[in-house]
Design a protein around this ligand. Structure first.
Ligand SMILES: Cc1ncc(COP(=O)(O)O)c(C=O)c1O
Length: 421
């Protein structure tokens, strides 16, 4: 039985219905300080979710907190308003498009997240083949957002087997494509699967389509985590996962590797999507080419800030550092008797799911069989040592007793309960 301290997330200090009577600036300031302390404390335990947070954007504070910025509608025309950041948005899209070897005809925008990018790509495939419903092929390790978009656009999904590393099985893809070769095909390749960070081989996917003479096709790449880190590898190491390999669209998250600290993603097409042919909406003065109408003007600035502040070389170093940390953790876990794995070029360390006592304390993204640590340049070595201590203790059937860590004590007043598991 392990004692695990669960801090209580600070709830609103009063109901908004009572705000007129009880609001005080001091109470609100204290509440926001408590929230900040809570999130700082819990971050230590969050090892599984790949939201990088080593780049912050303090210099953007006046723009983020004092300006309404709305990139409504099409990313390439400003429309009637002046309060947008579409120049920065285009800069970000172009920079990433170059890294991913997109042709000059590229088109893209900053979405609210990777799911939105996949939704846009599947909708565009639906529009591209109006007379016949396309069949979507995605591996069993694809993110759940693919199935969601398939349902929304009333497409058909065929799941493709993966190999033991989580990579799409190209033999199975060939067999399934063959069954549906009379229908337009959309293959969704995952580059950085959610559990093991495996990447599907886009060049192989394109070759299989060619060999089956499937010309009515799309290859959408869901590269939420891995597009940029893989693109920054030396050419001889770089896997074939981008436009040069045959992708028709790629989406990658801003709040994962690029540390935008708020959800967003960049969606890039090799050719403008069908929606780009629609006329402008008179009231906004811009075409309605994106999924939502109003769009954040802050997230393109955050992406711009991340890319501008580190540059290509700085991001390459961040990726290398994350990989080094991951390799080190694999070794440490193995030495501690927990066999751990990491894919080629991966930041993600995967190992067998530990007992519930460990899961109560650490956020490890369990899938019922395995768990993971997604390494970042600032992954705290103290947290890893403490986790390994807990794993050893759990393996010995001992209580998992938190190691004293004054730096990471929960903020005063936030300990809700000692939960025994
Ligand atoms: C491979 C993959 N695709 C899509 C997503 C969904 O991204 P978002 O939450 O930004 O919509 C994730 C999120 O973890 C992911 O790992």
């Amino acid at each position: 039985m392990a004692a695990v301290m669960i801090p209580l997330r600070p709830r609103p200090p009063f109901s908004l219905h009572d705000a007129n009577t009880v609001t005080s600036a001091a109470a609100l300031a204290q509440h926001y300080a408590d929230l900040n302390a809570y999130y700082t404390w819990t971050r230590y335990y969050n090892l599984a979710y790949p939201g990088f947070d080593d780049i912050s954007h303090a210099e953007l504070a006046p723009l983020l907190t004092g300006q309404l910025l709305n990139n409504i509608g099409d990313p390439y025309d400003g429309g009637h308003g002046h309060d947008h950041t579409k120049d920065h948005e285009q800069e970000v899209v172009n920079y990433l498009a170059d890294l991913f070897h997109a042709p000059a005809s590229r088109w893209g925008y900053v979405t609210g997240g990777t799911s939105e990018g996949t939704d846009h790509a599947l909708h565009d495939a639906r529009l591209a083949f109006p007379d016949e419903t396309p069949v979507v092929f995605a591996s069993c390790a694809a993110h759940y957002s693919v199935g969601k978009a398939v349902n929304r656009h009333r497409l058909t999904l065929v799941q493709i087997c993966t190999d033991e590393t989580g990579r799409m099985d190209i033999g199975d893809l060939r067999a399934q494509l063959g069954r549906f070769r009379h229908r337009p095909a959309v293959v969704v390749a995952t580059v950085g699967t959610t559990l093991t960070e495996a990447y599907d081989d886009v060049a192989d996917i394109a070759n299989v389509c060619d060999s089956l003479a499937i010309s009515r096709r799309r290859i959408h790449v869901d590269a939420a985590l891995s597009a940029l880190p893989l693109a920054l590898l030396a050419d001889h190491d770089r896997p074939a996962v981008d436009f040069r390999a045959g992708a028709t669209s790629i989406v990658t998250s801003g709040h994962k590797f690029l540390s935008t600290l708020t959800p967003c993603a960049a969606l890039i097409y090799a050719q403008p999507p069908n929606a780009a042919r629609t006329p402008a909406v008179p009231y906004t003065g811009t075409r309605d080419t994106t999924i939502s109408g109003s769009r954040s003007g802050h997230t393109p600035l955050l992406l711009f800030s991340s890319l501008a502040s580190r540059g290509t070389a700085g991001h390459r170093l961040r990726a290398e550092k994350s990989r080094e940390i991951a390799a080190d953790i694999v070794e440490k876990l193995r030495c501690a008797g927990w066999p751990a794995e990491r894919g080629p070029h991966g930041f993600t360390v995967v190992f067998d799911q530990p007992p519930q006592t460990v899961l109560d304390k650490w956020v490890l993204g369990p899938d019922g069989r395995r768990v993971r640590i997604v390494c970042k340049p600032n992954t705290d070595p103290a947290a890893i040592d403490e986790l390994i201590h807990d794993l050893k203790a759990a393996a010995n059937g001992a209580r998992v007793i938190p190691v004293p860590r004054p730096r990471h004590r929960p903020p005063v007043g936030l300990i809700a309960a000692e939960v025994t598991a």
